[in-house]
Ligand binder design. Structure first.
Ligand SMILES: [Zn+2]
Length: 283
């Protein structure tokens, strides 16, 4: 009998096949674990932002921070920037707001540090979800610097946000004490702004596009789905949570809002978001 030294080719091939099979089984599971871990960190970031938000209100007579990142035009024509975060800002202090500007991540972070919430957060990482890849890859609309978005969260538009600016008379609320259902009213939303306006997510997170009764069946700004087809929210009662979207249409819209209609009647996710929105829909 011939003595055996090392492996035969067949044995090697069998071992390689087994390793390949194990990897194919493990990889999706590992990916899920990674996404789950990112979701835990994201929830912690939400909690950090939320605590800062509530502290700000406490220090400012219960007034909510300005949730619209758009410049506010005063009646005398001057621009007022007192939003919770500013648009990207260059080293000379110039706000790089308008389209077509390839703002860098550093300029985006500078805008965040100039916001009114900064003294309470003092950590730029809190504004970024670890599952949000736009900072490296851009969005479904583009991949130049203009589309490399750093900030992952928006504030709902009814909380001293764009609902105030867009409507006459202004809609939404200005004071923390006006929030009645604190456990249902979300403040920070994971937001997949696609960069369609280029460069900066200028507003707050809004619901109810279109007009008439359809507003109560329609998404406007896309939510995020960065954690196993789920996202995170933080609420006015001080809690933050991670959850899974219930309707596939939500995930499709969250990944690429152009790929699916925003008009989604009987979507339980949309109904949950409308329930926690402080402006009644239709407006
Ligand atoms: Zn997240």
């Amino acid at each position: 009998m011939r003595s055996k030294k090392g492996f035969t080719l067949i044995e090697l091939l069998v071992v390689i096949a087994i390793i390949a099979l194990l990897l194919s089984i493990l990889m999706p599971a590992l990916h899920q674990v990674k996404e789950q871990a990112a979701g835990v960190v994201c929830t912690a970031h939400q909690r950090g932002l939320l605590q800062s938000y509530l502290l700000y209100c406490g220090d400012n007579k219960g007034n909510l921070p300005d949730a619209s990142v758009l410049p506010n035009l005063e009646s005398d024509g001057t621009l007022r920037h007192d939003a919770w975060v500013h648009p990207p800002t260059d080293e000379n202090g110039t706000i790089l707001f308008w389209t077509g500007i390839d703002a860098t991540i550093e300029e985006r972070m500078r805008g965040i540090r100039n916001g009114t919430l900064w003294p309470y957060t003092e950590n730029v990482k809190l504004y970024h979800c670890p599952g949000d890849k736009r900072m490296r890859l851009g969005t479904e609309v583009g991949s130049t610097d203009a589309f490399k978005i750093y900030r992952s969260y928006g504030i709902q538009g009814g909380l001293n946000g764009q609902e105030r600016i867009m409507n006459d008379p202004p809609l939404g609320i200005l004071k923390l004490s006006q929030i009645q259902r604190t456990a249902k009213t979300y403040i920070f939303v994971g937001e997949n702004y696609d960069g369609a306006w280029s460069n900066n997510n200028g507003g707050s997170w809004l619901l109810g596009g279109g007009s008439g009764p359809e507003q109560a069946e329609r998404w406007w700004n896309a939510p995020a789905a960065w954690h196993n087809e789920g996202s995170t929210l933080s609420y006015a009662d001080g809690h933050a949570e991670k959850f899974k979207w219930a309707d596939d249409r939500t995930v499709a819209f969250a990944i690429n809002r152009a790929s699916v209609s925003a008009h989604q009647p009987n979507n339980p996710d949309l109904e949950m978001m409308i329930d926690g929105y402080v402006v009644n829909l239709p407006r």
